[in-house]
Ligand binder design. Structure first.
Ligand code: GDP
Ligand code: IMO
Ligand code: MG
Length: 421
């Protein structure tokens, strides 16, 4: 498949980084199309663990070009640190291997201040943002006074553009503060200049030349600003459709959409979560799955796999295949539950209700499948999985009608099962 989208089908942290890294082995380009350093994609290569926030998960493959396309928001200081950190660990990060869109929007220090101020002002209904300035940076983009990567190279224009933000006075920013930021960010711009290109042109030409491309999503379907659990969402569109606006390629070029789906569900931050487990089973999943945020280290809320959410993700993303991750974390459970539908007002609910008040009141109904005792983390052949683990995967596949093409049983590259049709 020459252009494929990889998208999270839940609330993020499904294992997109691991899966992208593995598939990148056979790919030429890996492109991030939205989100910023709110993302934390962990890739384990042998004994080394890499936590990527901005840079696409293709960077660890020597043959891959990694691209941050126009739909992302970037914090240049964080990006430069990430680039230097990788270089220090022997990973090649140079202008032929890594590219940044000239029209990607920039997160300024003021956006981070506003993000945290807004969060503290949301008495009683916090979103639990990552505090990285993501919401304010995207807000300014839509309001048409954002700063784009190429603007960092034009200090006078940069200052003019920042001065348009009337909200700055409200958070106590002075003209001197702005001048300081202009000097600092112009410096970052000069450092990043060799990497800054027209990424839409580059990606389209690569596709024409027969190159194979992964469009790597960040966050997840239920955090999508349009289709997620609004307002408990991020400020971009993680769903597959955004891979076209976020890169500047036509939708007809996309040949497949893989939904990365954890064998249970996690969520960081606030917002409804019908299958959440507030008991020792939830704690056991958190412990075994190492469910602590890659970006903020917050404990992730854990619960059973939710097929209402997965069916919704299939619909809004047009998923053509599913990669089921972290199946090994369910090892040792006496039985494993899967939510098949909700009940609201004594009625069966099979589709994700858009009204959050309804979603909040939905009670999950479960099918309970027998668990397995074996450690499956070293199994690489689907047929060798314990019968009950196979039944779990088959159940999901049949219940949602989309093939599970990969199963992940550990963080390492080798802990991956490619499932035959
Ligand atoms: P992403 O944001 O979707 O890329 O996911 P994260 O990297 O934030 O979180 C997934 C975590 O689970 C990371 O620590 C991965 O190393 C780890 N991981 C990925 N796949 C598996 C798996 O199949 N089993 C286990 N046990 N860990 C996994
Ligand atoms: P990856 O790519 C999980 C959550 C935050 C918060 C909400 C809004 O690693 O899957 P924001 O800072 O984006 O304004 O926060 O979205 N969130 C994520 N949760 N994984 C992520 O990224 C996330 N990025 C943002 O916790 O609830
Ligand atoms: Mg993550």
């Amino acid at each position: 498949m020459s252009v494929q989208v990889i998208v999270g089908s839940q609330w993020g942290d499904e294992g997109k980084g691991k899966i992208t890294d593995i598939l990148a082995e056979k790919m030429d380009l890996v492109v991030r199309y939205q989100g910023g350093n709110n993302a934390g994609h962990t890739v384990v290569v042998g004994k080394e663990t890499f936590k990527l926030h901005h840079i696409p998960s293709g960077i660890l493959n020597d043959s891959c070009v990694s691209i941050m396309a126009n739909g992302v928001v970037l914090d240049p200081e964080v990006l430069l640190k990430e680039m230097n950190g990788l270089k220090k660990r022997g990973i090649a990060v140079n202008p032929s291997k890594f590219k940044l869109s000239s029209i990607a929007h920039v997160i300024l220090p003021f956006h981070k201040t506003l993000d945290s101020n807004q969060e503290s002002n949301r008495e009683g209904e916090k979103i639990g943002t990552t505090g990285r300035g993501i919401g304010p940076a995207y807000t300014d983009k839509i309001a048409r006074f954002g700063v784009r990567a190429m603007d960092l190279l034009k200090p006078e224009f940069l200052k003019k553009q920042i001065m348009k933000k009337s909200w700055l006075t409200g958070i106590g920013v002075t003209e001197k503060d702005i001048d300081d930021v202009v000097i600092e960010f112009h410096k970052y711009g000069k450092e990043l200049e060799p990497y800054i290109i027209d990424t839409s042109l580059y990606i389209n030409e690569a596709i024409k030349a027969g190159k194979r491309v992964i469009l790597e999503g960040a966050q997840g379907t239920m955090l999508d600003v349009d289709h997620g659990t609004y307002p408990f969402v991020t400020s971009s569109n993680p769903i597959s459709g955004a891979a076209t606006t976020g890169t500047g390629i036509g939708p007809q070029l996309i040949e497949g959409v893989m939904g990365v789906t954890k064998a249970y569900v996690t969520r960081v931050g606030e917002g409804p979560f019908p299958t959440e487990l507030l008991d020792e089973t939830g704690e056991a999943l958190r412990d075994k799955g190492g469910e602590y945020g890659t970006t903020t280290n917050r404990p992730r809320r854990c619960g059973w796999l939710d097929l209402v959410v997965l069916r919704y993700a299939i619909r809004v993303n047009g998923l053509t295949e599913i990669c089921l991750t972290k199946l090994d974390v369910l090892d040792g459970q006496e039985s494993v539950k899967i939510c098949t539908n909700y009940v609201y007002n004594n009625e069966k609910v099979e589709h994700f209700p858009l009204d959050l008040d309804v979603f909040n009141e939905c009670e999950p109904e479960y099918v309970e499948l027998p668990g397995w005792d074996e450690d499956i983390s070293k199994i690489t052949d689907f047929e060798k999985l314990p019968e009950n683990a196979k039944t779990f995967v088959d159940y999901v596949e049949q219940a949602v009608g989309v093939k599970v093409s990969m199963v992940s049983v550990g963080p390492n590259r080798v802990q991956t099962i490619f499932k035959n049709d």
